[in-house]
Design a binder for this molecule. Structure first.
Ligand SMILES: *Cc1c(COP(=O)(O)O)cnc(C)c1O
Length: 416
């Protein structure tokens, strides 16, 4: 059988052209509509997206903003995080999570992850709250022992498209009086089975507020920048609407200072067109993941595939494997013209930007080990099985060669 893809074309890590081919007419119509009505900022296109995306996330309110980073910042502010607070999150996330915390004037503090899911470890969160914090005698406030600042919020990140284990996180938050703001920037449509409620819940519907990014490479991506805050709380929605628009609810009447953080109408229109396809695309991604899993079965022990607990439905924003010789495998795939990524190579607590937080190597061993072994393989809805066979074949070849080099007597132990 002839492959559609010549080996020289290679297999990209991400394909941002294919999804727009079948939608091109509708997307061009969005631009035409904007030009003919001069509807560039706000207006019906933004309102349509907010209504549709709220429905998709199963929440009453959605507020479109200019990026996922602003969505996080506004969500934290509107939820009530104050300057001087400490906000707990994980070290293995994109820096936007902690940038938003710092931009509110708060300080990030980290809790390590579960090795198999790469998400916030509820047991470590409990340990942090029990031993890393103390109650201030006079006020009863929860203080971080490291910084003596009030701990007020938790930001679980639903990394790679799979939700963090929310039941125990929400329970701890309740016990300790903390707010939960979800970083759902990689999780548009991901689901979590809440045992507390005995039903599946959508990402963005569990915290006091949640932040989504519409950066082009996300499962729902704009043709530029965009983001959204979702919430059940009308007051938070109202506050985010003000924050994104210079602190005004009525033009030139400023209750507070705000930001220029609105969502462009053209981007909202593009997103509304693409949102109609999101569930189908997410389902396709799950099929891609299932085919990878199947293909990697015989490499068990050499390569760790993503783990999806029974309580999670991942939307596979990324398909992340773990291997010991990660960098060598990445080079091997790169020579075979197969694109890969590392999300993320350096945990935030070891980034230069956060040297002042005072963490060191060894502070979060699970995140650190993961960072040295994770590799994101090509993943997008249109990724075909033939391309996946090529990825599998190249990884098989690499494993064969490195295994033979390391232990020649084992060369037959790894089947192709
Ligand atoms: C993409 C992303 C963000 C930031 O979104 P932008 O739209 O790029 O500002 C925040 N957190 C996580 C986990 C992300 O993946």
């Amino acid at each position: 059988m002839l492959s559609k893809m010549s080996p020289l074309d290679g297999i990209p890590f991400l394909d941002l052209i294919a999804p727009h081919v079948e939608l091109e007419e509708d997307m061009v119509a969005v631009v035409r509509q904007a030009l003919r009505t001069a509807g560039f900022i706000g207006g019906p296109m933004v309102e349509d997206l907010e209504r549709e995306f709220a429905k998709f996330c199963e929440v009453p309110y959605c507020v479109g903003v200019s990026s996922g980073t602003d969505a996080l910042r506004f969500a934290l502010m509107a939820a009530g995080v104050n300057p001087g607070d400490t906000v707990v999150t994980v070290p293995n996330t994109f820096i936007a999570t902690t940038e938003a915390i710092s931009q509110v004037g708060a300080r990030p503090e980290f809790v390590d992850i579960v090795p198999r899911t790469y998400n916030l470890d509820p047991a470590k969160l409990r340990e942090y709250l029990e031993t890393g914090c103390e109650r201030e005698q006079r006020t009863g406030k929860l203080l971080s022992r490291r910084t003596h600042t009030p701990v007020t919020a938790i930001v679980p990140v639903h990394l790679y498209g799979q939700m963090a284990e929310m039941d125990p996180i929400l329970e701890l938050a309740q016990d300790y009086g903390l707010m939960v703001v979800e970083d759902a920037c990689q999780a548009h449509g991901a689901e979590y089975f809440s045992t507390r409620e005995n039903r599946w819940r959508k990402a963005g519907s569990l915290g006091r507020a949640a932040a989504f990014s519409f950066y082009p490479g996300k499962n729902l991506g704009a043709c530029g920048e965009g983001g959204a805050v979702t919430t059940h709380d009308e007051g938070i929605a109202r506050q985010v609407r003000k924050l994104r628009d210079h602190g005004q609810a009525q033009k030139y009447y400023h209750d507070t200072e705000g930001y220029n953080g609105r969502l462009d109408a053209i981007q909202a229109g593009m997103l509304t067109v693409k949102l109609r396809r999101l569930s189908a695309w997410n389902a396709q991604r799950r099929e891609v993941a299932a085919r990878y899993n199947e293909g990697f079965q015989s490499l068990h022990g050499v390569l760790t595939i993503p783990y999806e607990p029974s309580w999670a439905k991942s939307i596979y924003h990324l398909y992340v494997i773990r291997v010991q010789d990660r960098n060598e495998l990445r080079d091997h795939l790169s020579h075979a013209h197969i694109g890969t990524g590392i999300h993320y190579p350096i945990p935030l607590h070891l980034q230069k930007a956060y040297a002042a937080l005072g963490y060191t190597e060894g502070s979060f061993p699970v995140s650190e080990k993961a960072a040295s072994e994770i590799l994101s393989l090509p993943m997008y809805p249109q990724l075909g099985s033939e391309a996946q066979r090529q990825v599998r074949a190249q990884i098989g070849e690499f494993v064969e060669v490195t295994t033979v080099r390391a232990a020649p007597w084992r060369s037959t132990a790894v089947g192709a």
